[in-house]
Design a protein around this ligand. Structure first.
Ligand code: NDP
Ligand code: A1CAB
Length: 279
């Protein structure tokens, strides 16, 4: 029987959990195939073991040695230390998939043995339920086969697009951080409903179904968002009044500025480290 692929997550935070939950839910991997290590939070590892049955090896280095795919899921600021600490255990036949915002494939490759395949990705937390929007890009030593492996991994937990590495900061600002913008909008809508007199549960139900319905309308009718918006907006009606108010508060500019700023932040997070990369 063919040996099953083994995954080692370096980092046991929100993103690792979201990917683990999605991979298990979609049957892409069994819990025995997934090992997780972190820096020091043992309670967190115990939780992941209890909740998902994933493997928490006694010896963290062994987890890397026994794996085929290493998923780098520490915070960008901790990536240099993680690479210094764990890099020596990563072999050239490993595939390294980073989910870290801003960190370039070149920076990661610099800390690993020459020839190690590195793929940079940007999923989002909706991978928990198989609905991530993930972008991937190819490092210097990664082959097309490695890219196909990463693609099938992320396809199991959502959609996947391939982009040039220069686009990864924009992707991070748009779809990596994107769920948070939507949740912020939902919070504001619910709060307005409650302040205007609805009970919390009703405000929540109406807001969530409105979000779900609008998302499905966009996906299923394939009409442009501006056209769908036009159909809601009766001349002189309530929507027109609401949209006008959003315009007065520069809604469009606010959303665009948020995405541009998040993109810049992604660059800043990676920029801190680029100077240490030798050409
Ligand atoms: N959250 C999100 O929506 C998304 C996040 N990302 C990216 O995912 C990455 C992780 O983010 P998130 O899960 O939110 O972060 P968290 O802070 O929740 O988790 C970070 C994890 O990294 C571990 N860690 C830190 N240093 C090391 C080390 N040297 N060796 C092993 N493990 C280490 C921490 O362990 P300990 O607790 O023991 O210190 C912790 O388990 C980031 O790079 C982020 O840019 C990408 C897309 C979306
Ligand atoms: O906030 C962050 O930095 C990470 C990257 C994309 C989403 N969360």
């Amino acid at each position: 029987m063919e040996r099953q692929i083994r995954y080692c997550f370096i980092g046991a935070g929100s993103m690792a959990e979201a990917m683990i939950a999605g991979l298990l839910k979609k049957g892409m991997a069994e819990a025995e195939q997934i090992m997780v290590i972190n820096r020091q939070n043992r309670a967190r590892l115990a939780y992941l073991n209890r909740e998902y049955g994933v493997q928490i090896p006694e010896n963290k280095g062994d987890a890397i040695l026994q794996s085929d795919i290493v998923i780098l899921a520490a915070k960008p600021k901790d990536i240099p230390d993680a690479l210094t600490q764990w890099g020596p255990m990563i072999r050239t036949d490993h595939l390294v998939i980073s989910v870290a915002a801003g960190i370039s494939t070149a920076f990661i490759e610099h800390h690993l043995k020459e020839g190690t395949a590195v793929i940079r990705s940007m999923p989002n937390t909706s991978c928990t339920i198989g609905l991530s929007a993930t972008a991937i890009c190819q490092g210097r030593w990664a082959t097309r086969e490695n890219m196909e492996t990463a693609r099938s991994l992320f396809q199991a937990i959502g959609i996947v697009v391939e982009v040039p590495e220069e686009a990864m900061d924009t992707v991070t600002g748009l779809s990596g951080s994107g769920p948070a913008y939507i949740y912020y909008m939902v919070e504001a809508m619910q709060q307005a409903g409650v302040e205007a007199g609805l009970n919390t549960d009703i405000a929540r139900q109406l807001t969530l179904q409105t979000l779900l319905g609008a998302a499905h309308m966009l996906m299923e009718t394939e009409e442009e968002p501006a056209e769908l918006r036009r159909k809601v907006t009766s001349p002189g009606g309530t929507t027109m009044a609401g949209l006008e108010t959003l315009r007065q508060y520069q809604f469009e500019k606010a959303v665009q500025s948020a995405i541009f700023r998040a993109k810049e932040r992604s660059k800043e997070l990676g920029g801190t480290f680029t100077t240490t990369v030798k050409s």
